[in-house]
Design a protein around this ligand. Sequence first.
Ligand SMILES: NC(=O)c1ccc[n+]([C@@H]2O[C@H](COP(=O)([O-])OP(=O)(O)OC[C@H]3O[C@@H](n4cnc5c(N)ncnc54)[C@H](OP(=O)(O)O)[C@@H]3O)[C@@H](O)[C@H]2O)c1
Length: 277
Amino acid sequence: MKGPDVNEGDRPLAKLALRPPRAPRVVSGLSPGNTPVLILGATSPMARGLATALAQSGQPIYLASRDVEECARLASDLRIRHGVTVFHGHFDAGDLESHLPFLGTVLEALGSLEGVVSLVGTMGEDPATLDPFKAEQIIRSNYLGVVSILGACAQHFESQRRGVIVGVTSVAGDRGRQSNFVYGSAKGALSIWLSGLRNRLHSKDVRVVTFKPGFVDTAMTYGKPGTFCVASPMAAGRAMAWALHGGPDIVYYPRMWRLIMAIIQHIPERVFKGMKL
Ligand SMILES: NC(=O)c1ccc[n+]([C@@H]2O[C@H](COP(=O)([O-])OP(=O)(O)OC[C@H]3O[C@@H](n4cnc5c(N)ncnc54)[C@H](OP(=O)(O)O)[C@@H]3O)[C@@H](O)[C@H]2O)c1
């Protein structure tokens, strides 16, 4: 004989059905104006598009990468063109011990921090290397170093109960390919880390966005065979600024990459392993 309609908590389903559905919690993005943003990997051409969009809406910015001279040049260009507050400094993702002091310097300069975008990444000479030392370099720059600094920012945002984190990963992280699987695995790991971080910080009103570009016209893709539908880095940067202010948690850029990757992910492994990708 069939027992009563109960769920695991022994509550009759009829009672649950009467309860109005709970509205999903909304974690809002940054508002334009006096909301300072840290850009890591600021010498990327995509960062230039991002910084320009933020400067146009009057947001104070801190630009950081290993190339301090280039950051200084970019900062002065933004100040002259847009009359905004722009700081710059040295940041090396591989030097984990420097990350907390670096964040302290950023906070001191900007006065407060409301958003961070990490574009830090490298393919290395061979993104599918089997040399463990070369692989370590790729994993350090694309994953470990990014997790370290974004983790420090996450703690800061968690304690102030607001903030936005945008992590730039890649569609390369959605499925391993023979041409770039070391780079792809580091990006894939970062996407998973960001997903967990989003889950942790959702109840603390901190927004976490995973930004996955397809091919973008930068030094990273220059002269690489097999690229197609290559997007403009300035437009990609503007899309990152948009992601800071609102929109979905996971952004494929351009949008068609969501469909392309859905198709690629659904190719059966027995077929995929024989493909030259
Ligand atoms: N281009 C594409 O088609 C594409 C596609 C998908 C995802 N992406 C991702 O988008 C981001 C930007 O790439 P991009 O194409 O613009 O390449 P890029 O011009 O080479 O920019 C990479 C940025 O990462 C910084 N960086 C690399 N290693 C670093 C380290 N150890 N410490 C600190 N900064 C470091 C570089 O700064 P310094 O060298 O000045 O330190 C530079 O600002 C990367 O994360 C990349 O993986 C790019």
